[in-house]
Each structure stands twice: as structure tokens, then as C-alpha cells.
Design a protein around this ligand. Sequence first.
Ligand code: TF8
Length: 340
Amino acid sequence: FKTRRNTLAAAVALAAVALSAALPAQAADIKPRLIRFGYGLAENSNQGRAVKVFADEVAKLSGGKMKVRAIGGAALGPDTQMQQALIGGAQEMMVGSTATLVGIAKEMALWDTPFLVNNVREADALLDGPVGDKVRGKLTDKGLVGLVYWENGFRNLTNSKHAVNKLEDLDGIKLRVMQNNVFLDSFKQLGANAVPLPYSELFSALETKAVDGQENPYNTILSAKFYEVQKYLTVTNHVYSPWIVTVSKKFWDGLSKDEQAVLQQAAVKSRDFERKDTREEAAKALAELKAKGMAVNELSPAETARMRDKLTRVNAGVATQVGMDLWTETQGQLAKLRGG
Ligand code: TF8
């Protein structure tokens, strides 16, 4: 019942936003604005395509007054550097992994919980519902405004050494992980030699064999051309990764209500586009990766169960990190989603 009320409140809030932005752009309180929007992946990726949709929508809703300059390929630096630029007000917007935000808002670690959700229906419900709103809201005090979550996707394992059919095959594999304690702990638990590295250094680290492997959704393995430097792909789906679109709070606070509404509405539009686009691409990506020469294997249910088992300690650590209240609420939401 409570959930339904929250959903209704969110729908009303969203409708209010839509109304004010439905004013003709000329009549609305909108000034010329330049928004530098940074992201880490290539222009030709699901991330790059969705940033473009966002930029076009902002231009449309603001009658061309608000301009989004999209800057991809980590040209403005890795996620953590852009986050600091947003907090300081030197950059207006970015999209990046929630995982790289744990140093700023510890509750973001919730999304790093291995095997937290089973499918995208659960992911969307959790991210767009009260739990996702709460976690997103933790950024505000830290100088960031989180607008929407996009899908990065279910992560899968690649490496250049050998096929990973069982847990023991991870022994001695030097595996790049995101700069995030939950990922580091998870892969240490699983026996890999886990090394945190920013995404912007990943391709060259794989190419020079500074690391043997990495884990990312199919989309990224494809768009970043990891198949050129990684032979083996193991379908593990070990965690669902969101991206989050954030705005500098310093910049945000200087915007009029109408300007904020433009960004909010465009963000929702970009989210809906991004999830659809990402899912369509992911559905075809595995076949493409095979065609590019990758050797693909699925982890057996028995090995997946062993993996989950090894990671229960990590889950307990996440619960402590994000706080028991949030953890319990999350589990309650998931139980409800699975029951109905
Ligand atoms: C990773 C993430 C990346 C994101 C991106 C650069 O492996 O999956 O997709 O950080 O925004 O680092």
C-alpha cells in the first residue's frame, strides 16, 4: 500500500514537472546555457547514443537556448575526476557508473551487490522506485543532483588466458575491476587477482597485458572492442550495473524552475531511450562477439551457485555499508516483486 502511495507521489511530481515545461519555450524562464556533459564510453556506444538523445531533447524543450556539449571517451577524465569537477562547478553534467560514486555516497554500494536482481524488470522497479530515489537523493548533500538511472547492464567476464568454467579457473587471473570496494572484495573472494583501474585505462591495460581480464556488459565489450584483446567470454551475469546521470549542484541551484524541468524531462526521455536501445543491442551482442572470434561459455548453474555462496560475505558487508534499513527495504521490495 505504502509503495503504491509513493509511486503515486512520484507520478504527481513528474506530472508537475511536465506541466511547467509544457510552456512554450519562449514564454518560459529559460536563459542561454551551456552544459558540458562528459561520459566515459565512445561516441558510438549505448552511452554515447543516449547522451545525444538527451542533448537533442534539451535543445528542443528549451527552444535552442540550452545547449548540451557532449564530450565522450573520457576526454574530461575518468568518472571520479568528472564527479569532482561537477562538485566544484567546473563541469555541469556527466553520466557514469554508480559504482564509482561510493566514495561520495556510500549507499551507492547497494547496486554493487552481486546477484541483487534477477532481471531488468526487477532492476527498473528498484531503481525507479522509492529505494532508487533514496539512494539517488544521498548525492544532494554532496554537491551532486542525480536525475535518472540508465542501464549499463548485467556484467560478464572476459579474459585473455583461458576459458573460465569453474571458480578455480579464476586463480591467478589478473582482473581489472572498477574503483569500488564491493567489486574488489567480490573478485578477491572468488580467487582472482583483482586490480582497480579507471575505465579510461582499461583497453590499453588489456592490450599491453598489464591485466588479463575485465568484466562489463556485452554492449561495452562490443563498443569498446574488447574482443580485439580478449579471447574468452564467460556468461556470469554476476551483477546488474546502473549508470546515473548527474548534474553539478552548484549549477543546478542557479537554474530557474523551468530550466530544471527541461533537464529533468530530457533525462527521463533519455533514460527510456537508453534502456530500450541497450536491451536491443545486448540481445544481438553475444552473437556478434562470437562472430568477432570470442570463445563464449556459460557458467553452469552449479558453478553459479558456488559463486553466489562465496559472495554471501560480500553481501553482508554491503548491508552494513548501506545501512540495515535500506538493505531491509530493498529485500522487501524484491520479495514483493517476486511474489506478484
Ligand atoms: C566500468 C563501467 C563503465 C563506466 C562508464 C565509463 O567498467 O562499466 O561502463 O564507468 O561510465 O568502468
